[in-house]
Design a protein around this ligand. Structure first.
Ligand code: MIG
Length: 636
C-alpha cells in the first residue's frame, strides 16, 4: 500500500515511474511541524528496539539510528563516521519495529535526516525546501516495503556480464604501454581480469571525449588489441567541459546555450581538472541529448564501458570564491592575537572547493524557466548518467554497455550503477563497504561496489586480500587507487597465489552471482540483504551488520580486521560452511545454529550455504569471454 502526498510545487525528479494518485489528508505515522527557520519537519517516535533502514549511500551502519545525515551530494574523500553526506542522495527509509512503514522524500534539494541524534527516541526529517513529494509505504515487513518501493521506482539497470569480471583501475595508467603492462602482468600471473580503466590522463588536457594521440596512438586499434586479450577498456568522463576555443564540445555547448548559467545569464565557470570549465545543464533535456550523443566517438572506437565522475558537481574553486578569500587575506591583521582568526584565514582557502555559496549561483533551465541549483542539486549526477544511458540507447541500441556514476539520486538506478567513491586503504572501510551494500540494494542500486584495496592512502597485501574476499560478492569488483599511493595491482602485492585463488573463485561463482543479480534486477528485489531480511523472526540476526545474505543460497561473514586469523559468526540456522582456497573447496562441514569461531587464513574464503540451498560452481577462466556456463560442481 503506497500513499502519495504533494507539498508545494515540486520539480519532477522522475524517480517514481508508477502513476499514483496524490492524497489530501495528513500522512500517517508522521507529525508535521515547522522548525525555527520555517522549514517543514516530519517526525516520529522511535521505540528502543526499532531499526531504521535505508539512505543507500551514507556513512555508518545498516541501521541508521544514532546519527544525523544530510542528503546533499558531496565530493568528500574522507568517509569518516562524523560525516553526514557522501556522493549520492537516497531519501528512502524504513522504520522497522512496533510500527513498520517506509517513506521516500522525493526532492532534489538537501534533506536532513536526524535519526535519533538530537533525541535518541525521535526521528526528524527536514527538507531544505517546501516543495516535495512524500510517499508512505505500508507492508507486511521491511523486506516487503522495500520490494514495493522498488516496484514504483522502476527496474534497475542491468550491467553486461563481463562487468562482473575482475577489473583493475588506477589514477592513472598514463599510456597504452602502461595498460599493456597491466594486462600482460595479470595474464602472466594467471590472475583473471576483464577490464582495465582509463582515468583522466587518457584525455588530451582533460577534455571529455578526446583521447591523447601521443599517449594512446591509434586508439581504436589499441581497444581491439585489448579486446583480443579479453580485456575491456573503461574510460572516465568528467562533468566539467574545458573552456577552450576550437574544442567542439565547448564551442557547441556555448553556442546552443547548453551550459549551466549564473544568475546574470552568463555561463557558470568553475575550475576543475581541465582548468576553467562549464557544466552542461543536465537538467535540460536538450542538453542531455546533446551530451549523450558525445559518447559516440568513444563507442565508435570500440569502447563499451564508462564511468562518470565529478558529477556532484565537484568544483575546486570559482572566481568569486578566490576573490573573497584574497580580499579576506588582504585585510587580514597579522598582528592580531586572536588564534581563532588564524584558522578562519586558512579556512578561507581550504574551503574553496565545493562551496555552498557557489552552488547557489548555478542556474538550470527547466521547462523554460531558470531554476536555482539549490532546488535540484542532488539530481545533477543522475541526469548526467541518464544523458549517457539515453545516448547509448540511441547510438547503440543492441549493445550492452557498462555505465556507472559517482553521484546519484534514486531514479538513476534505472540508467546505471554507482561506485562508492574515494574511500581509503583503511580496515574500517572494508566494514563500511559491507554495511553499505544492502542499503544501496534497497534503493535500487544493484550494480555497485567500492574501490577494493582503498582509493586514498597506501594499501598492504593483507588489506587487499581481505577486501577482495568481500569484493568477490559485489557486482562491481574493481581494484582502484589514487595518484601518489602505492601500487595495488594484485601482481604488485607479493606472492600471487592467494590473489589467483580469491579472484579465481569469483569466476567460479559467476553463474550463481550473475543469476542472483538478474533476479534482483528483474524482480525489484535485493541481491545483497541484511540477515534480518532472511530471518525476520530471529532477534539476534536482526541486529547483525557484518554478515550478509548474497542471493538466495549463501551467507557471507568476511574478516575485516588486520591480523585476525578468523572471526565469530552467528548462524541463524544450520548451515554448511565451505572454506575455499585456490578457488577450490578446501574444507567443509555442517555447523549447527549458534555462534562459531571460523578460522580463515588470508588466502581462504569462507561461505555459508543456507539449509536446503545449493551453490553451483563453474570451471575457472581468465576472463568472462572464456567462461563456460557449464556447472561443474554443486555444493549443498
Ligand atoms: O579529484 O579522476 O572518485 O575515482 O580516480 C579526483 C581522478 C578525481 C575522483 C574519483 C576517482 C578518480 C579521480 N577523481
Amino acid at each position: 500500500m503506497i500513499r502519495k502526498y504533494i507539498f508545494g510545487s515540486p520539480i519532477e525528479t522522475d524517480a517514481v515511474v508508477e502513476n499514483i494518485a496524490a492524497e489530501n489528508g495528513a500522512p500517517p505515522y508522521l507529525s508535521l511541524d515547522r522548525d525555527n527557520d520555517g522549514h517543514q519537519v516530519f517526525s516520529c517516535r522511535l521505540a528502543d528496539d526499532d531499526i531504521v533502514y535505508g539512505l543507500g549511500e551514507a556513512p555508518r551502519g545498516i541501521n541508521k539510528r544514532g546519527h544525523i545525515y544530510e542528503s546533499f551530494n558531496s565530493d568528500d574523500p574522507y568517509h569518516t563516521e562524523n560525516k553526514r553526506s557522501l556522493y549520492g542522495s537516497h531519501n528512502f527509509i524504513v522504520v522497522d519495529g512496533e510500527t513498520c512503514f517506509g517513506l521516500f522524500i522525493d526532492c532534489g534539494a538537501s534533506v536532513t535526516f536526524d535519526i535519533g541524534y538530537t533525541e535518541h527516541d525521535k526521528m526528524s526529517i527536514t527538507p531544505s525546501i517546501g516543495d516535495l513529494v512524500l510517499y508512505i509505504i505500508e507492508g507486511s515487513s521491511s523486506y516487503d516495503i522495500v520490494k514495493q518501493f522498488r516496484r514504483i521506482i522502476g527496474k534497475s539497470y542491468i550491467a553486461p556480464k563481463w562487468a562482473f569480471g575482475f577489473q583493475q583501475s588506477r589514477w592513472s595508467y598514463f599510456t597504452a604501454d602502461d595498460v599493456r603492462r597491466v594486462a600482460k602482468s595479470y595474464r602472466e600471473a594467471g590472475i583473471p581480469l576483464d577490464a582495465v580503466y582509463l582515468d583522466i590522463d587518457y584525455m588530451e588536457d582533460y577534455k571529455d571525449f578526446t583521447v591523447s594521440s601521443e599517449r594512446f596512438p591509434d586508439f581504436p586499434a589499441f581497444v581491439q588489441e585489448m579486446k583480443d586479450m579479453g580485456i575491456h577498456l573503461v574510460p572516465i568522463i568528467d562533468a566539467g567541459v574545458k573552456i577552450e576555443d576550437g574544442y567542439d564540445v565547448y564551442e557547441e555547448g556555448k553556442e546552443k546555450g547548453y551550459f549551466c548559467k549564473r544568475p546574470d545569464g552568463t555561463d557558470f565557470v568553475a575550475a576543475v581538472w581541465p582548468g576553467r570549465t562549464h557544466f552542461p545543464d543536465f537538467l535540460d533535456p536538450d542538453a542531455r541529448k546533446w551530451f549523450g550523443d558525445k559518447y559516440k566517438v568513444l563507442l565508435d572506437a570500440g569502447i563499451d564501458g564508462f564511468w562518470n565522475d565529478m558529477n556532484e558537481p565537484a568544483m575546486f574553486f570559482t572566481d568569486e570564491g578566490v576573490e573573497e578569500a584574497v580580499g579576506y587575506l588582504k585585510n587580514f591583521d597579522f598582528s592580531c592575537n586572536d588564534a581563532g582568526k588564524y584558522f578562519e584565514l586558512s579556512g578561507k582557502f581550504t574551503g574553496l572547493a565545493n562551496r555552498r555559496k557557489d552552488y547557489s549561483n548555478i542556474r538550470h533551465r527547466i521547462n523554460g524557466e531558470m531554476v536555482s541549483h539549490d532546488r535540484v542539486h542532488n539530481l545533477f549526477g543522475y541526469m548526467m548518467t541518464r544523458a549517457a544511458a539515453e545516448g547509448f540507447k540511441r547510438l547503440a541500441p543492441d549493445k550492452e554497455i557498462l555505465i556507472f556514476s559517482r553521484s546519484s539520486y534514486i531514479g538513476m538506478h534505472r540508467y546505471g550503477g554507482i561506485w562508492t567513491g574515494d574511500n581509503q586503504s583503511w580496515w574500517s572501510h572494508i566494514l563500511l563497504n559491507i554495511k553499505m551494500m544492502p542499503s544501496l540494494n534497497m534503493c535500487g542500486f544493484i550494480y555497485t561496489g567500492a574501490d577494493l584495496g582503498g582509493f586514498g592512502a597506501n594499501c598492504t597485501r593483507d588489506l587487499l586480500l581481505r577486501w577482495l574476499a568481500v569484493g568477490i560478492f559485489t557486482p562491481l569488483m574493481r581494484d582502484h587507487s589514487a595518484l601518489g599511493t602505492r601500487s595495488q595491482e594484485c601482481y604488485n602485492m607479493g606472492d600471487t597465489q592467494a590473489f589467483k585463488g580469491i579472484i579465481g573463485l569469483r569466476y567460479r561463482l559467476l553463474p550463481y552471482l550473475y543469476r542472483s543479480y538478474l533476479n534482483a534486477c528483474n524482480n525489484d528485489d535485493m541481491m545483497i540483504k541484511p540477515l534480518a531480511f532472511g530471518y525476520p523472526d530471529d532477534k539476534r540476526a536482526r541486529h547483525i551488520e557484518d554478515q550478509l545474505l548474497v542471493g538466495d543460497s549463501i551467507m557471507i561473514a568476511p574478516v575485516y580486521e588486520q591480523n585476525a586469523v578468523g572471526r565469530y559468526v552467528y548462524l541463524p540456522e544450520e548451515m554448511r560452511l565451505v572454506i575455499f582456497k585456490d578457488a577450490k573447496v578446501f574444507r567443509t562441514e555442517i555447523l549447527p545454529q549458534g555462534v562459531h569461531y571460523i578460522d580463515a587464513a588470508l588466502d581462504e574464503v569462507p561461505i555459508f550455504i543456507r539449509k536446503g540451498k545449493e551453490l553451483p560452481l563453474c570451471a575457472p577462466a581468465q576472463c568472462t569471454a572464456e567462461l563456460s556456463e557449464e556447472i561443474t560442481e554443486i555444493i549443498r
